[in-house]
Design a protein around this ligand. Structure first.
Ligand SMILES: Cc1ncc(C[n+]2csc(CCOP(=O)(O)OP(=O)(O)O)c2C)c(N)n1
Ligand SMILES: [Mg+2]
Length: 555
């Protein structure tokens, strides 16, 4: 068997159906094998950053292994920013790149570089296949490693001579590490004792909850404790049902505000939540000193990484939370139960009032011209069908999104985790490939869209019906907001260098049309939601460019 044929067969053994890629000379052996393969689908992306983010969206939405094939050093280089995002999101992705023939590399041919060290800082494991005989072992090892908890990307370099070689080889078989690690019994009992005795408990829901599909298990614990639930600071997954009465939304990423919010509680239980991914340094410590912390995560690195918890439990939320809930139940006496019921009623009422206030603010702006982002988010939340999946990279326009957009199941919401922008537009394409029966709507900042707009062509070419909504404020608004807040020269002279996307204004409709995607402009919230509704009804890809208010100074 040839190496190229073996590689495709190995991927099929691993359950892979799609190969995301962008080819060059060193990938030609694979393209040759794909020419006579009717099972694997090759999804072409026209820039490697777009390719990588498509694969990331697919991996996150499916929970399955995504496979990427890139072109030598520059192809891998173009993909690195999105590989960073994939690493932060713990996406199980096998990244491969073609390499020149091994005998030839000593001459340093064009595009050549030693590839595994380039990828290494951003992946769980990085290697090169040196002999065809090793290909099965290394591909299976790569797939196992990507999918073993904590999941994450891996890298394999594939030299041309290995792919062209022929030999009698044994393809071996995949290994899957069973993911449902049940937290240590003693640690669970310790945590239960602290939670049962807590007077003002709070739960922090992180992406591990969505990844392990443990939303019902976390809701059961929250209800029993009468504890409000916050989404973690980078709320990139539906880690708790948005419509649940105990869901308090996201805590802002401003350290003094985090401390103020946490001061309401005596025991905080982080279920796979990041403690804390911040944007800016602060002299204030986010955790009040008398707060008791309990931390459950599937990744030992995250446990106590920044703040030492009273109890640290290594475990899968879905497997561990029922044990914990049972142990808490057993420890709660009549008094504790009554207190929990009171907390449940009080927290539900307070949260309902907060939500009402947010909605009132959004409705007050519903007819404002130009469009206010909050009003647009609320209107989109109201009109989307129940099974819709939202992919979000709205940056400064995203405030309140987890409360306003219905996102009740683990696959209903995906947002930017790593902070490298340009992720959302292609990720939405991967999400739609993973969940073809659900409507997928991508909400993307105008600046963010430009990093990977090539992905629109893939949506057109492969008939992937995503609805793209551009939150167009003709600027890098978040940067203007932050620079203004620094009260320096820029604020004084009202000049924001490198942050205005005008002169010329970017024509997103023209851009989408040129890549084969239908597109329309919307000047009001109603025009925007009408167009989204129409696009979802048609079942075809469409881009809607919504002109937003450019204002960035606090009112
Ligand atoms: C790859 C990458 N380049 C640059 C940045 C810095 N950056 C963060 S937000 C932002 C602007 C985002 O603009 P847009 O998507 O229009 O959202 P807005 O701020 O206008 O809401 C930039 C350039 C980044 N985070 N990632
Ligand atoms: Mg913008």
């Amino acid at each position: 068997m040839s190496g190229k044929r073996a590689f495709l067969d190995l991927l099929k053994q691993e359950g892979v159906e799609i190969l995301f890629g962008n080819p060059g000379t060193t990938e030609l052996p694979l393209m040759d094998a794909l020419a006579v393969d009717n099972e694997l689908r090759y999804v072409l992306g026209l820039q490697e950053a777009a390719v990588m983010a498509m694969a990331d969206g697919y991996a996150q939405a499916s929970g399955k292994l995504a496979v990427v094939n890139l072109h030598v050093a520059p192809g891998l280089g173009n993909a690195m920013g999105m590989l960073y995002d994939a690493q932060k999101a713990a996406s199980p992705i096998l990244v491969t790149a073609g390499q020149h023939d091994q005998q030839f590399n000593v001459t340093e041919p064009i595009l050549w570089a030693d590839l595994p060290p380039i990828a290494r800082p951003l992946v769980k494991w990085s290697s090169e296949v040196r002999r065809l005989a090793d290909l099965p072992r290394l591909v299976h090892r790569a797939a196992k490693t990507a999918l073993a908890p904590p999941t994450g990307p891996v890298f394999l370099s594939l030299p041309g001579d290995v792919l062209q070689a022929e030999a009698d080889i044994d393809l071996l078989a995949p290994t899957r590490v069973a993911p449902r690690l049940r937290g240590d019994r003693e640690a669970v009992e310790e945590a239960a004792a602290l939670l049962a005795a807590a007077r003002r408990p709070m739960l922090f829901a992180g992406d591990a909850v969505a990844q392990s599909r443990a939303l019902p298990e976390l809701a059961a614990l929250a209800e029993m404790l009468g504890a409000p639930v916050y989404a973690e600071l980078v709320p990139n997954t539906a880690s708790f049902p948005a419509s649940h009465p105990l869901f308090r939304g996201t805590m802002g990423r401003v350290t003094p505000a985090i401390r103020e919010a946490l001061a309401e509680y005596d025991v905080v239980f982080s279920v796979g939540a990041d403690l804390f991914t911040l944007s800016l340094p602060s002299p204030v410590e986010p955790l009040p000193p008398d707060l008791t912390l309990i931390h459950l995560d599937i990744d030992p690195w995250e446990l106590g990484k920044n703040y030492p918890p009273a109890v640290a439990i290594l475990g899968d939320p879905k497997a561990t939370l029922p044990d914990l809930t049972e142990a808490v139940r057993a420890r709660m006496g009549a008094g504790e139960r009554a207190a929990a019921r009171e907390r449940l009623a009080a927290a539900s009422a307070a949260i309902a009032a907060e939500r009402e206030a947010l909605r009132a603010k959004a409705s007050a702006a519903a007819d404002a011209s130009p469009v206010q982002p909050l009003a647009l988010l609320a209107a989109i939340g109201d009109m989307l069908p129940k099974d819709a999946v939202v992919v979000e990279e709205t940056i400064s326009s995203g405030i309140g999104i987890r409360q306003l957009i219905r996102s009740d199941d683990a696959q209903s919401f995906f947002g930017l985790r790593g902070g490298g922008i340009g992720w959302g537009l292609p990720a939405a394409i991967g999400v739609k490939l993973a969940l073809p029966n659900r409507p997928v709507v991508a909400l993307i900042g105008d600046g963010s869209a430009m990093y990977t707009c090539q992905a629109l062509w893939t949506a057109a070419h492969d008939r992937i019906p995503v609805v793209f909504v551009i939150f167009n404020n003709a600027s890098y608004r978040i940067l203007k907001q932050r620079l203004h807040a620094q009260r320096g020269h820029a604020a004084q002279v009202d000049t924001y260098v490198g942050m205005e996307l005008v002169d010329p204004a970017i024509d997103y409709v023209g851009l989408a049309n040129s890549l084969g995607i239908a597109a329309q402009r919307a000047k009001t919230v109603h025009e925007a939601t009408d167009l989204i509704g129409k696009a979802l009804g048609d079942g075809s890809a469409m881009l809607i460019d919504v002109a937003l208010d450019r204002g960035f100074k606090p009112m």
